[in-house]
Design a protein around this ligand. Structure first.
Ligand code: SF4
Length: 307
């Protein structure tokens, strides 16, 4: 069988199984094109978790990484949530463990813990409030304390500290290995090649890039900016999967990766075969203790109060 025929047949089988199980397929913006094309909803981690609450389906297949599927489960605890690849984790989220956060809180008892969504459910459950890359500045600005423990991304933490100078931040030393690979030289070279282009980068990029770039934006922010801007060309500093969606949604515009395209291995672990198997075998289901769900949900919901 030709690869194209195999793929078409597999997509048809996925759709049949999805209908039979009344499942919804959610996919993160960094997923491979084949998954993006088949998803019911595409988005960033928190956007997808919020949308999952409104879906009539109680069977959610989340194509992304573990902390994202956990966030869906936290906000929709009565739904069954599945992650097609059990070891699709996030190295950034793994850079802080619950015990380390407990120690940090002990050392700074007057501080509030502001936790980026890229963390485990357990770490969220020990936090005062969560944030996303889009709202981190506002959350830190608006919470009623001066001292803040910001975890786990040091570049996002630095960006927040720069924009909220009247707060005192204790920043954890985590980073996303994908965004860390972009360099200032990449930005300068790209600007030389495409001088008319707007450069949009994610705040997980290195701080020297954040200082020099045109716009620091979340993935959703990049999607909005690309549509609204009158620029025809864009230099994009984030995981390469987003370029597929940017090109699809703006076919008349041009998008270039900042330097070499950078790929998140864990985001690319989910293919159509894994998605089919997940639907067929109902594996791997996300299971969290009720107590963790309850506490993590409070931290996530509190975020809305401070944006
Ligand atoms: S791109 Fe970075 S932050 Fe996102 S899942 Fe991959 S390692 Fe984690």
């Amino acid at each position: 069988m030709k690869v194209k025929d195999y793929k078409q047949e597999l997509v048809a089988r996925i759709m049949t199984l999805k209908e039979r199980k009344k499942a919804a397929i959610l996919a993160h913006n960094y997923q491979i094109p084949g998954i993006q094309d088949i998803a019911d909803v595409l988005g960033d981690s928190l956007g997808l978790a919020k949308i999952s609450k409104t879906l009539s389906s109680s069977h959610i297949v989340f194509c992304g990484v573990k902390f994202m599927a956990e966030t869906v489960k936290i906000l929709s605890p009565h739904k069954r949530v599945f992650l097609p690849v059990v070891d699709a984790g996030c190295p950034l989220a793994d850079m802080i463990q619950a015990e380390e956060l407990i120690e940090l809180k002990r050392n700074h008892p007057e501080a509030w813990v502001v936790t980026y969504v890229n963390t485990s459910a357990e770490v969220k459950s020990l936090s005062d409030v969560c944030c996303t890359s889009a709202n981190a500045i506002n959350v830190v600005k608006n919470i009623p304390v001066k001292k803040v423990i910001f975890i786990p991304d040091k570049n996002l933490g630095w960006w927040v500290a720069k924009n909220v100078p009247h707060k005192e931040l204790v920043i954890w030393n985590g980073f996303c290995y994908v965004h860390e690979q972009f360099t200032l030289n990449d930005l300068r070279q790209a600007k030389k090649v495409y001088p008319d282009a707007e450069a949009l980068v994610h705040p997980e990029c290195r701080r020297e890039i954040l200082e020099e770039v045109d716009y620091v934006l979340s993935t959703s922010g990049m999607l909005k900016r690309a549509k609204a801007s009158s620029a025809q060309r864009f230099i994009i500093g984030t995981e390469e999967g987003l370029l597929y969606r940017l090109k699809n949604e703006n076919p008349q515009k041009e998008f270039y990766s900042l330097g070499n395209a950078r790929m998140c291995i864990n985001m690319k672990k989910t293919g159509l075969d894994e998605l089919y198997s997940c639907l067929e075998k109902e594996a791997y289901e996300v299971e969290l203790q009720e107590q963790i769900i309850e506490k993590a949900r409070v931290a996530l919901e509190r975020m809305v109060e401070y944006v």
